[in-house]
Design a protein around this ligand. Structure first.
Ligand SMILES: *[C@@H]1O[C@H](CO)[C@@H](O)[C@H](O)[C@H]1NC(C)=O
Ligand SMILES: *[C@@H]1O[C@H](CO)[C@@H](O)[C@H](O)[C@H]1NC(C)=O
Ligand SMILES: *[C@@H]1O[C@H](CO)[C@@H](O)[C@H](O)[C@H]1NC(C)=O
Ligand SMILES: *[C@@H]1O[C@H](CO)[C@@H](O)[C@H](O)[C@H]1NC(C)=O
Ligand SMILES: *[C@@H]1O[C@H](CO)[C@@H](O)[C@H](O)[C@H]1NC(C)=O
Ligand SMILES: *[C@@H]1O[C@H](CO)[C@@H](O)[C@H](O)[C@H]1NC(C)=O
Ligand SMILES: *[C@@H]1O[C@H](CO)[C@@H](O)[C@H](O)[C@H]1NC(C)=O
Length: 385
C-alpha cells in the first residue's frame, strides 16, 4: 500500500511530476540477457542460492532476472504447478471456507492519504439496480502486481507520509520487460506484467500462516504495531516451532502469510485515532525486517507469494539497506523476483480457526481482477480448512 506513486486512479497520477534520474546501469534490450538453463524434468536442478543472485552483476540488487528464463513474465508464480495445487488439495479437511479480505471501505480515510478513498455509487435503472465502484486498488486488502513499481517520480514529501527513505535508484521492472514509465501509465500502456497475467494464471495452493503476534503475546513481547518493529527470520522460526511446525516446513509453491497484529491494533483504535493516524509523521508499521537475512530465508523457501495483515508486508518506513544498497523488500520482490505481495489481509478468523484445529496450513485461492495492464487488485483471497 505504501507505494502510492503508481495507482489506478488517474486523479492521483495527474498530480505527480516526473523526475529524470538516469538508471546507473542501462541495459541493452528488453528481457534478461543472462538466464538460467532450465531442465524441464526438474526445474530446481540448478536453482541458484540467494548468494548467487543476481545472475549478472548489471542486474538490480538481488534480482532473480533470468532465473525462470529471459522473457518470463510469471516470476514466483512459476512455483505453482498442477502438482503443487493437487498436493495442496489434501489441506481441505473440515470444509470451513474463510474470507481473508477486509471490507473495501475498512479504512474510511486511507492510511496513505495520497490515495483516494473508495467511491461507491448506486445506479438504479428501470427494473434493476446496479452499483459503480471507483477503486484505488491499494486502499484495502490488495495484491501488488508486477507493474506496481515506482520509478523516477518526485512526490513532495509533504504530500503524504514519507515511507520512502531509501532512494529510488536502480529500480527496474521484472526481467527488464518494461523500459519506460510511459508503458505503464501512458495513454497506450503495454500489457506485459499486467495484473491480468496473475488473474489468468489461477492462483491456488497451500497457504501457511505464521501467527507472529500470537507467538509474541505468548512470549510477553511488548511492541507497538505503529512503529517500524522488525520481524526477522529467527522470530519466524520460533513462531513455526511454537505452532508445532518443523523448521523445514516449506514446499515449493507455498504461500506464506504472516499475522503481525497490525489490523488487530488498528481496530482497537478509537474512530478519532483512526481518522488522525494517517497524518502522523512518525507513523510506521510492524512488518518483516528488510535485510539480506530475511530475503535469504524467503528465497530458499521457493514461495509463490507472500502476504500479511499490515500495510506493506515489510516494516515501515523503508529505511534499510540490502547488500550495502538502500533497498526495500518491495523492490527486490516485485522488480527483482517477480513476486507479488498481499497486504492488509484479514487473518483474524483464519488464525482463530487454525489454533482451534492445531493447524498451520490450509488450501488457499486468490482471484485477482482480470484487467489488462492492471497494477494491483483486491485478491479475493479465500482459505479452505
Ligand atoms: C526476449 O524477447 C526479446 C524481445 O522480444 C527478443 O529479442 C529475445 O530474443 C527474447 N529472448 C529469448 C531468450 O527468447
Ligand atoms: C496443468 O493442466 C492443464 C490441463 O491439463 C494443462 O493445460 C497445463 O499445461 C498444466 N500445467 C502445468 C504447469 O503442468
Ligand atoms: C532477530 O531479532 C532478535 C531480537 O528481536 C535477535 O535476537 C536475533 O538475533 C535476530 N535474528 C536475526 C537473524 O537477525
Ligand atoms: C498440535 O500439533 C502438533 C504437531 O503439529 C503436536 O506436536 C501437538 O501435540 C499438537 N497439540 C495438541 C494440543 O494436539
Ligand atoms: C525435515 O526435517 C526432518 C527432521 O527434522 C527430516 O526427517 C525431513 O526429511 C526433512 N524434510 C525435508 C523435506 O527436508
Ligand atoms: C486489542 O484489544 C483486545 C481487547 O481489548 C486486547 O485483548 C488486545 O490485546 C488488543 N490488541 C492490540 C494489538 O492492541
Ligand atoms: C533488520 O535489518 C537490519 C539490516 O537491514 C539490521 O541492521 C537489523 O538489526 C535488523 N533488525 C532485526 C530485528 O533483525
Amino acid at each position: 500500500m505504501m507505494d502510492s506513486y503508481i495507482s489506478t486512479s488517474l486523479f492521483l497520477i495527474s498530480c505527480f511530476s516526473h523526475g529524470t534520474v538516469a538508471h546507473p546501469h542501462p541495459l541493452p534490450e528488453i528481457g534478461a540477457h543472462v538466464s538460467r538453463e532450465i531442465d524441464s524434468n526438474d526445474v530446481y536442478s540448478n536453482w541458484p542460492s540467494y548468494a548467487q543472485l543476481p545472475l549478472d552483476p548489471s542486474y538490480p540488487t538481488k534480482a532473480a532476472w533470468g532465473v525462470w528464463g529471459a522473457n518470463d513474465t510469471q516470476g514466483a508464480l512459476n512455483h505453482i504447478t498442477n502438482a503443487t495445487i493437487l498436493a495442496a488439495g489434501a489441506e481441505i479437511q473440515v470444509g470451513t471456507a474463510i474470507n481473508l479480505n477486509l471490507d473495501l471501505n475498512e479504512f474510511v480515510t486511507p492510511i496513505n492519504t495520497a490515495r483516494k478513498p473508495l467511491n461507491h455509487l448506486f445506479q438504479p435503472a428501470s427494473g434493476y439496480t446496479d452499483d459503480v465502484v471507483v477503486l484505488n486498488t491499494q486502499v484495502s486488502t490488495q495484491f501488488d502486481g508486477l507493474r506496481h513499481l515506482w520509478k523516477y517520480v518526485n512526490v513532495p514529501v509533504s504530500h503524504h507520509y514519507n515511507y520512502f527513505v531509501a532512494p529510488l535508484t536502480d529500480n527496474r521492472w521484472y526481467n527488464n520487460l518494461i523500459d519506460d514509465f510511459d508503458q505503464v501509465i501512458g495513454p497506450t500502456p503495454t500489457t506485459v506484467l499486467g495484473i491480468q497475467q496473475a488473474a489468468e494464471k489461477g492462483i491456488a495452493g497451500r497457504g501457511v500462516l505464521l501467527d507472529w503476534v500470537g507467538w509474541a503475546e505468548s512470549e510477553g513481547i511488548v511492541y507497538d504495531a505503529f512503529t517500524g518493529y522488525g520481524i526477522n527470520s529467527s522470530d519466524l522460526d520460533a513462531v513455526a516451532t511454537w505452532q508445532g511446525l518443523p523448521l523445514n516446513w516449506s514446499e515449493p509453491g507455498d504461500i506464506l502469510l504472516i499475522r503481525t497484529g497490525y489490523m488487530q491494533a488498528y481496530r482497537n483504535l478509537t474512530a478519532y485515532q483512526q481518522e488522525t493516524m494517517p497524518w502522523n509523521p512518525e507513523l510506521g508499521s510492524v512488518g518483516m525486517n528488510a535485510s539480506d537475512d530475511s530475503l535469504a530465508w524467503l528465497w530458499e523457501k521457493k514461495l509463490a507469494l507472500v502476504g500479511a495483515d499490515n500495510p506493506a508486508f515489510e516494516s515501515l518506513p523503508m529505511d534499510k539497506t540490502i547488500g550495502g544498497v538502500a533497498r526495500s523488500l518491495h523492490q527486490v520482490f516485485i522488480g527483482g523476483w517477480g513476486q507479488s505481495i498481499m497486504e492488509f489481509l484479514d487473518l483474524e478468523t483464519l488464525a482463530e480457526e487454525l489454533h482451534r484445529l492445531n493447524r498451520s496450513t490450509f488450501f488457499l485461492t486468490i482471484q485477482n481482477l482480470n484487467i489488462q495492464s492492471g497494477i494491483a487488485s483486491p485478491p479475493n483471497a479465500m482459505a479452505v480448512l
